[in-house]
Ligand binder design. Sequence first.
Ligand code: FE2
Length: 233
Amino acid sequence: QSNYDLVLTDINMPGMNGVKMAEQIKFLNPGQVIIVISAHDEAGYLLDLINLGVDYFILKPLDLNQFLTVLDKAIRLTRYTLMQKNYQKDLEETVEKRTRELTEALNMVQEVSSEVVQRLTAAAELRDGDSGLHNRRLGIYSPLLSQELNMPADFVESIAFAAPLHDIGKIGIYDNILLKAGPLTKAEFEVMKNHTLTGASIVAQSKQQKIQMVESIALTHHERWDGSGYPRG
Ligand SMILES: [Fe+2]
């Protein structure tokens, strides 16, 4: 049992002596407040009882005033211990609740941002009807390729998020050029090249690492390793 408010025990008792009992109670409930009543010839046990963490001792024969004083102190200690225990429990529950709320909020932010990306991608696809599957494939292949190149996990996660938005700048290209069935003239192609700059400017100056990657990919996805390509090549 560990739910007594206060334990008041003699040392010399039938069955189990008070020292053994105090030891077992403190083992089950270290915060249990114990008062031991001891006779003068049992003073040898006192050191053992102190080591066990017994809180109060009263010598026999009992002096009523002394007994009431010790009892009062013991009750105060019990209340304080209980208060501390409840405070600790409340604190743990509050921390657990706040952690849960924070995790939920973080999940929500992640869900919202990934939904915004999907919808932005959908907006770009609506303008440029035939690249829808291409964008989705990029969201799958880019992280796979990054993994093969042993890129860090946060890079792999970011590129899966960012790659489908590479052509977001096409939103800013007029339909007569963007949707032209035949090959583009030189002048039209010059306009078309601007989708890289427009894309980068849509997401420019973000503090978010994933959006910064969108800016970089939007700007550079037509550059080539040999230094050609556009807009800078
Ligand atoms: Fe492009």
